[in-house]
Design a protein around this ligand. Structure first.
Ligand code: SF4
Length: 254
C-alpha cells in the first residue's frame, strides 16, 4: 500500500467515526433507521461518508454532501442516487472510471487519477448544511488536499467551490474568497496552491432534470480537465509567506 493510501485510510477511519455535528448525527442515523420504503431491505450506512478513489490521483472532485438515501445508504460518494447516475456516466465517458454505474460499495467501481471527497461528510436535512457544520468538516477536506496534493480540483456546485475557496484563503493562497466567483465552466489557476480549479454545476436531480445541466456540459469541462492533466506541467510556485506559516503551524498541531 502506498504512503498516500495509508494516510487516506487513517483519515477515512477518523471521518467515519466523527460525531462533531449533533444535528447531522441525529439526522443521518434517523434516516438510516426509518429508511425509504424502496430501500427497506437495505442496512443503511448511516455514518459519515469517507473519500473514495485513486490514492495517487491528480484530480480531486469536491462534492457538497451525501444524499440521505444515496451515499448515506450505500456508504460511498454519489453511489445509489440520481446524482451518481449522471456523474459516474460522465466520469466513465471521460476515462476516470472503469464503469458508468455505481450502486453499492462492492459493485466493482474503480476510479483512475481521480479521488472524490465532499465539503460535508454527513447527509444534511434538505441537502443544506449549516455554516458551522461546513466549518466543522473543512479540516477533513484540508487533509485530503495535503495527502493528495492534487494538480486539479473540480468543485461540484457553488457551495463546494466556496468551501474550497475558504480553504485557499485560510492557507494564504488567495487574498479573499470572492476573488474568484463560481460559474459552470469556471477555470482558474491558483499558483500559490499549485493547482487549477474548475467549477461545474452540481449534478443534482434538480439540475439534470430541468435541463440546466446536460451530459454535454459535463463532457466539455471534464475534457478540459483531462487535457490540463495530460499537457500542463505542475505549476511551480511557492506558497505565500502567510501560507507557509499556516502550514508550519498546522504541521506542528497548533
Ligand atoms: S459533517 Fe463532518 S464534522 Fe460534522 S459530524 Fe459529519 S463528518 Fe463530522
Amino acid at each position: 500500500m502506498s504512503r498516500q493510501a495509508k494516510l487516506l485510510q487513517v483519515l477515512n477511519e477518523e471521518i467515519v467515526a466523527c460525531r462533531k455535528c449533533p444535528r447531522l448525527v441525529e439526522y443521518r442515523e434517523r434516516v438510516a433507521r426509518e429508511k425509504r420504503f424502496a430501500y427497506r431491505d437495505w442496512t443503511y450506512w448511516g455514518k459519515p461518508v469517507p473519500g473514495f478513489g485513486d490514492p495517487c490521483a491528480q484530480l480531486l472532485i469536491v462534492g457538497l454532501a451525501p444524499g440521505a438515501h444515496g451515499s448515506n445508504r450505500t456508504g460511498r460518494n454519489f453511489t445509489g442516487d440520481r446524482s451518481g447516475v449522471f456523474l459516474y456516466q460522465a466520469l466513465y465517458d471521460a476515462g476516470f472510471a472503469n464503469q458508468p454505474n455505481a450502486v453499492s460499495r462492492d459493485d466493482g467501481l474503480r476510479l483512475t487519477n481521480l479521488y472524490i471527497a465532499a465539503a460535508v461528510r454527513c447527509a444534511p436535512p434538505d441537502n443544506k448544511p449549516l455554516p458551522s457544520e461546513i466549518l466543522n468538516c473543512r479540516g477533513y477536506l484540508e487533509r485530503d488536499i495535503d495527502i493528495l496534493q492534487p494538480r486539479a480540483v473540480l468543485a461540484l456546485g457553488k457551495i463546494a467551490w466556496d468551501v474550497f475557496m475558504g480553504v485557499l484563503k485560510h492557507r494564504g493562497a488567495i487574498p479573499a474568497r470572492v476573488a474568484h466567483r463560481f460559474a459552470h465552466g469556471a477555470e482558474v489557476d491558483i499558483p500559490e496552491a499549485r493547482l487549477r480549479l474548475f467549477g461545474v454545476y452540481h449534478p443534482s436531480q434538480q439540475n439534470t432534470q430541468t435541463g440546466l445541466l446536460t451530459p454535454a456540459m459535463y463532457a466539455k469541462v471534464l475534457g478540459r480537465v483531462r487535457r490540463f492533466l495530460e499537457q500542463e506541467p505542475r505549476l511551480k510556485v511557492e506558497f505565500t509567506e502567510k501560507g507557509k506559516k499556516m502550514l508550519t503551524r498546522r504541521r506542528r498541531g497548533r
